[in-house]
Design a protein. Structure first.
Length: 59
């Protein structure tokens, strides 16, 4: 699945732009940051990725 350009929504359904880039920890492989068209979102807020959107915790 291609992640770049995917819509980003909060768990409450608020729009947070689209994914421009994702940063990973090189040792653990965990997502450290999601760069979106509306700003960066810390990786620990990631809930999941589906066909419709990448979903993050409201914060």
């Amino acid at each position: 699945m291609e992640v770049l350009g995917v819509r980003v929504l909060t768990e409450d359904g608020d729009e947070r732009g689209t994914v421009r880039d994702i940063s990973f920890d090189p040792v653990t492989g965990r997502v450290t940051k999601m760069c979106t068209t509306l700003g960066d979102i810390p990786g620990d807020r990631l809930i999941g990725l589906g066909d419709y959107a990448l979903v993050v915790r409201t914060g």
